[in-house]
Design a protein around this ligand. Structure first.
Ligand code: ZN
Ligand code: ZN
Length: 244
């Protein structure tokens, strides 16, 4: 049997454009086609192996194994194997071999694992339009994409890479933002109620002309509060809808 196997990064469609690993197996034969059994395995034993029987590859033909084609989310420690169809012994194997930065070695984040574009929050603020959106660099994960490698939670590699405990947690961040917005919204609602109350009082007292400017001031303030409230409510809705 004559194969070439290669791991590479790609953007997964089913993961909304997130970085993922793909494996391409190519039949190196010039004329002969290959029929074989193969398996995808996780050496940490957390995932059940994926075994495929009687796969056929024509000369020079390739087959791609990734999250979009076969549902396997490659992690460090996984490997692809050609297996013996009689006893499932491994005949040839390829281990995930993407670059892994040592602790603090990443030229982008220097080991913090935070995406430098969104500072690990996964969210981008646009101060001009008052809108929020998912960070386009890290696809909302908050993780530095230069040193990102998929690892299984709890595996030795996971502990080696993320042992300093500073992994960005966009979900937690999102929750904090939602709470802060909700607090600000309820403050504004109280301020609006107070302004409405003041307005009513002034109307009841039939204020004289000298009070006119104060009255207009109160009206202006109320409309400003209402404007802010609409903006914040909009941000809150956007944040709630955001998939992170
Ligand atoms: Zn990094
Ligand atoms: Zn980011």
């Amino acid at each position: 049997m004559s194969f070439r196997g290669k791991f590479k990064w790609y953007k997964s469609v089913q993961k909304g454009g997130k970085k993922a690993i793909s494996f391409t197996l190519t039949c190196k034969n010039m004329f002969k086609r290959e029929t074989f059994d193969c398996a995808i395995m996780d050496s940490s034993g957390q995932q059940p192996s994926q075994i495929r029987r009687r796969i056929k590859l024509k000369p020079k033909e390739s087959f791609v194994f990734n999250y979009d084609t076969c549902g396997w989310d490659w992690c460090i420690g996984d490997f692809f194997a050609i297996i013996d169809s009689n006893n499932d012994n491994i005949l040839e194997r390829w281990d995930v071999d993407v670059k892994v930065y040592g602790r603090g070695e990443c030229p982008e984040c220097h080991g913090s694992h935070r995406c430098s574009k969104c500072n690990g929050t996964g969210i981008m603020n646009n101060p001009y339009t008052h809108t929020m959106s998912q960070c386009p660099v890290c696809s909302g994960t908050g993780l530095c994409q230069t040193c990102y490698v998929p690892v299984r939670y709890g595996s030795t590699m996971y502990n080696e890479i993320y042992s300093n405990g500073s992994i960005p947690n966009p979900n937690l961040n999102k929750q904090y933002r939602i709470e802060a917005l909700q607090r600000r919204i309820s403050e504004l609602q109280k301020m609006i109620e107070r302004a409405e109350w003041n307005e009513r009082m002034m109307q009841l007292r039939r204020i004289d002309r000298s009070m006119g400017t104060t009255f207009i001031h109160i009206l202006n303030q109320r409309s400003q509060y209402e404007q802010q409230l609409i903006e914040l409510q909009h941000q809150l809705d956007e944040l709630m809808d955001m998939k992170i």
